[in-house]
Write a protein that binds this ligand. Structure first.
Ligand code: SF4
Length: 286
């Protein structure tokens, strides 16, 4: 993976529908303390066998919305100290704290490494329904595992670190927090140098509960609900999800046939292209 995230908080100023971090469903919001953030960064920068410079990709500050963390400026300073190469630091933000933190953001990150998505263009943006569990919506279990084995998140997005450890997938990391899972790998140097079969326990307990790998129509990122399948609704109720308590969900018991899944792929299913970007004033999808 070209990047690994450190999730400094799962708190956010927004509550988009079908959020990859399941915003609105967490009963408890975490904010990583500085010592844990230091440990997370060092786990990626320490030399390990075969990687004398540590993790060769970029290290991202991710949330939730990172600028809602009350120590955001100190976290930026810590990144400057622990990661001397500016081009290896990255920030993901909806811009909430831009005015307050503009100077320290500019000092810490190259402009190309500030990934900004306001999530405010209410007419555009779709999200993959991640709370539609693969185990509920794909009857053919061999097909389900083939889809999971090819999950686009694995080849496009990131592994990540939360207060509960290090995870092979950023969505799996959020699911572990949401459903009170056993946590990830210990946050120690070299956790990221692993063969796929070493994180199969994480795959088995996360991917079956996740809709990321299943080709299905996207939902507007601005809908007033999350699409949820029966087993996940039960889990969310057991976890005391505030968003479910407010009725902000739509239950679906749809089961996709192999033919419907193939049709979705033929139609050009591309959940990673979840929003257009503005290029010279025009909306363009990548
Ligand atoms: S299916 Fe697994 S790998 Fe894909 S997004 Fe979900 S948890 Fe991550």
């Amino acid at each position: 993976m070209p990047e690994i995230h450190i999730e400094i908080t799962n708190g956010c100023n927004l509550e988009c529908s079908n959020c990859t971090r399941h915003i609105g469903h967490h009963k408890k919001i975490f904010k990583m303390d500085l010592e844990m953030i230091r440990k997370a960064v060092v786990s990626l920068t320490e030399p390990v066998a075969g990687f004398p410079q540590g993790f060769p990709g970029t290290i991202g500050i991710m949330g939730g919305e990172p600028t809602t963390h009350p120590q955001f400026a100190e976290i930026c300073k810590l990144f400057q100290k622990l990661i001397p190469e500016k081009h290896k630091r990255q920030l993901w933000t909806d811009g909430w704290g831009w005015e307050k933190y503009k100077a320290v953001i500019g000092e810490t990150f190259d402009p190309d490494n500030i990934i900004y998505n306001s999530h405010q263009d209410t007419d555009v943006g779709t999200h993959q329904p991640l709370l539609v569990a693969a185990e509920d919506c794909v009857e053919d279990k061999e097909l389900m595992w083939r889809l999971i084995g090819n999950c686009w998140v694995q080849w496009r997005w990131s592994a990540s670190i939360t207060p509960k450890g290090a995870f092979f997938c950023e969505v799996a990391a959020s699911l572990d927090w949401l459903f009170n899972g056993p946590g990830g790998f210990p946050i120690e140097p070299g956790w990221w140098v692993r063969e796929p079969n070493e994180f199969m326990d994480q795959v088995e307990r996360s991917c079956t509960k996740c809709g990321g790998a299943v080709p299905m129509p996207g939902e507007s990122a601005h809908a007033d609900y999350d699409l949820v399948s029966p087993s996940n609704l039960k889990r969310l109720q057991d976890a005391g999800s505030p968003r479910v308590a407010r009725g902000k969900y739509k239950l679906t018991d749809k089961v996709f046939t192999k033919e419907e899944i193939q049709e979705q792929i033929k139609k050009g299913w591309a959940p990673y292209s979840h929003r257009p970007y503005r290029v010279d004033g025009n909306l363009v999808r990548f």
